[in-house]
Ligand binder design. Sequence first.
Ligand code: HEC
Length: 170
Amino acid sequence: MNRKPTFPALVVVAALGLALAAAGCGGAEPQTQITYPEGYRNWAHVKSMVIHDPAHPLYEAFGGIHHVYVNPRGAETLRRGSGTYPDGSVFVFDLLEANLDGGAYVEGDRKVLAMMVKNAGRYGSTGGWGFEAFAGGDPAQRVVVDAAKDCFNCHAPQQATDYVFSGWRK
Ligand code: HEC
């Protein structure tokens, strides 16, 4: 009799599963601890780029005009051009549509807001950076499923600059 697991037992098993998932055990870690970068428009603007040619290798993912920002904590290392970013450093990659308007590319709607946040202990498997992206810049619409596959693998060759592509121009 009573071979079926009781209701409380099922709840315990389910809760354990959730806890393991949250701890990142047994698979890709959803980087939900990453919070939307409020106020990033007041950070230092690092650079911008327009990718408009469908033949460009990054067009599929990054077609449009993007601006890169760094928070004050990350700015010093970026300006120095070498070294490891301290925990709490954040980069934002703000991608907008680029609309051709009478010979000029003008900013359109936001396509995605991507970000990297440094926490060497928490994100050791992805170079110490947590990766997240928000569709349309909406804090409720998280995009990244597997930070290594979706993001880090492409940033990995930039190891010499702590996995950051952007440099600080004069
Ligand atoms: C196919 C390669 C590729 C993939 C995949 C990729 N990135 Fe990048 N990322 C780049 C390149 C190239 C730049 C530099 C762009 C520039 O110079 O303006 C960049 C820049 C950035 C920056 C600004 C800091 C820096 O390194 O210059 C952030 C933040 C960023 N990416 C986040 C992400 C996130 C989050 C993902 C996953 C959703 C992702 N990236 C996936 C290639 C990639």
